[in-house]
Design a binder for this molecule. Structure first.
Ligand code: GTB
Length: 217
């Protein structure tokens, strides 16, 4: 059955791979599943056809036969459950990998997303200048807590898993601010993720699309 995901027709990041379709593409590449992309212009996100896929009118979504999913974490989890390569066989190790998926999305990503909120959503507000340092401090706090985990380990818990895929994807979003480089072991962890052939293929595909070289379905 063909897998079709949605992505921005033109990602606002110009192909830096920061939009959330990249993590889904990466998971698809890790588990060796071919996929097609339905590129959507911004207005189409809020039209009824897409709201049937995702009531919040966002990308990415995932369609495979009569299954339609939204939420990048749920899509990565679906792929990790259905195909070998992203979750360990051992039951306890599997639960820990899933725990790291939640940790990436619930304990680390929200702090990083605040940068976008302060910069772009509240950028014209009088408190922006005072709030930004507080946002950075909260990210540093999280990074200080996460960092010892990766002092001597290549990945969060044994072999590379869906937990690492999501954690690396989330950390990548903090890199443009410069804060990731304050934590050399986290920056090295992200670089290990980026060096994986599956990530490289996913990155190249989203870049090709941002450059208008991707064939629409
Ligand atoms: N929780 C959902 C998930 O994980 O799937 C969040 C999905 C989401 O935020 N989607 C964004 C979207 O569709 C794109 S990824 N936004 C359009 C809208 O809400 O109308 C977020 C994103 C956007 C842009 C950049 N960038 O330019 O760097 C990075 C990330």
């Amino acid at each position: 059955m063909t897998i079709t995901i949605t992505a921005f027709e033109k990602s606002p990041d110009g192909g830096k791979g920061l939009a959330r379709d990249t993590r889904v593409r990466w998971a698809l590449e890790e588990v060796g599943q071919p996929y097609e992309v339905l590129p959507l212009p911004f207005p189409a996100l809020k039209e009824s056809t897409h709201l049937c896929r995702n009531p919040f009118g966002q990308i990415p979504t995932y369609e495979e036969g009569d299954l339609c999913l939204f939420e990048s974490g749920a899509i990565v989890f679906h792929l990790a459950e259905r195909h070998p390569g992203l979750l360990p066989e051992d039951a306890n190790a599997r639960s820990r990998a899933i725990m790291w998926m939640f940790a990436a999305l619930n304990s680390v990503e929200p702090a990083i997303l605040e940068i976008v909120t302060v910069k772009f959503v509240e950028g014209d507000k009088p408190w922006t200048k005072e709030r930004m340092p507080l946002v950075f401090d909260r990210i540093r706090h999280r990074f200080r807590q996460l960092s010892p985990r990766l002092d001597a380990a290549e990945w969060l818990d044994g072999e590379f898993s869906a937990g690492d895929l999501l954690m690396v994807s989330v950390l990548l979003r903090s890199r443009p601010s410069g804060i990731l480089d304050e934590f050399p072991n986290l920056a090295a962890y992200v670089a290990r993720g980026e060096a994986r052939p599956a990530y490289q293929r996913a990155f190249a595909a989203q870049l090709a699309q941002a450059m208008g070289k991707h064939a629409a379905v």
